[in-house]
Design a protein around this ligand. Structure first.
Ligand code: SF4
Ligand code: SF4
Length: 253
């Protein structure tokens, strides 16, 4: 990876292989030092390229992606985001009109109250600080049972489609859409990706991928914001951050 420095802007050019696909990325930053939330759009582009490559390969083999506009049962799942994405979404939220923020906040409050009533709130909060795979699976199933659409879902469509989390970008299925609406994960065939950028990002609180995994449930985004409002988001040398991230992402599983 090349990084022009110390002159501004800082340009990142990367070319690497994921699975059978060669991926190229070019991006410019205003300065060498960046908060991880400002790197999120680059990771969105990267994720889109990885997903597109996987879909291309699947379709070449005759499979078809079932996902389409207005199909949204998957938006009632418990969606995990990494902390840089949480900050990115909160910054995005601040750019919305007062009316739009009020709509999202009302939906959010409703979800939170239903989670509280069902006693799931505490279990979901615990997931953020580490839980085993089976505990995560059980909470995910219980959450889906409640039928709580994401606060960003409006009239059956993602209202932040261009900015949606990495895990939403990565979740595509080849099984019939009606299976997604049932609480029946065994019969939902997801598109398999060599590595998931959404998951790699959980470990990048230190910019090197060596920190403990930190996950924010999207449906508790504003609770997380209230708990962390006093924290300053750290900055990282952007070239090192991207290089570390790509090394981890392309590492054989
Ligand atoms: S994952 Fe399932 S519910 Fe979501 S868009 Fe795809 S087919 Fe529709
Ligand atoms: S962010 Fe968008 S795509 Fe993701 S769960 Fe919410 S509404 Fe669905």
């Amino acid at each position: 990876m090349e990084e022009e420095q110390p002159d501004l802007p800082c340009r990142i050019n990367a070319e690497f292989r994921i699975g059978r696909e060669q991926v190229k990325l070019q991006v410019a930053f205003q300065s060498h030092s960046q908060k991880a939330s400002t790197i999120v759009p680059l990771l969105q582009t990267l994720t889109d390229k990885i997903v597109a490559a996987a879909v291309c390969e699947l379709e070449a083999g005759g499979a078809r992606i079932s996902c389409g506009k207005g199909c949204s049962a998957c938006c009632s799942q418990l969606v995990p985001v990494a902390e840089p994405e949480a900050r990115y979404l909160l910054q995005l939220f601040e750019t919305f009109s007062e009316e739009r923020r009020a709509r999202i906040s009302r939906r959010y409050a409703d979800i939170r109250s239903r989670l509280n009533d069902s006693k799931l709130l505490e279990k979901i909060t615990d997931l953020a600080t580490g839980a085993d795979r089976e505990a995560r699976r059980r909470v995910g199933i219980d959450y889906f049972e409640l039928g709580l659409p994401c606060p960003f879902l409006e009239e059956g469509c993602c209202s932040i489609h261009q900015h949606r989390p990495l895990s939403c970008r990565e979740f595509l299925v080849v099984s019939p859409p009606e299976h997604c609406a049932r609480n029946d994960p065994e019969n939902v065939a997801t598109v398999s990706l060599p590595r998931r950028a959404s998951v790699v990002l959980y470990w990048f609180g230190d910019g090197r991928g060596e920190a403990s995994a930190r996950v924010v449930p999207l449906s508790l985004l504003f609770d997380w914001a209230a708990q962390h409002e006093a924290e300053e988001e750290p900055e990282f040398p952007v070239g090192d951050y991207c290089e570390n991230f790509l090394r981890e992402l392309t590492r054989p599983a």
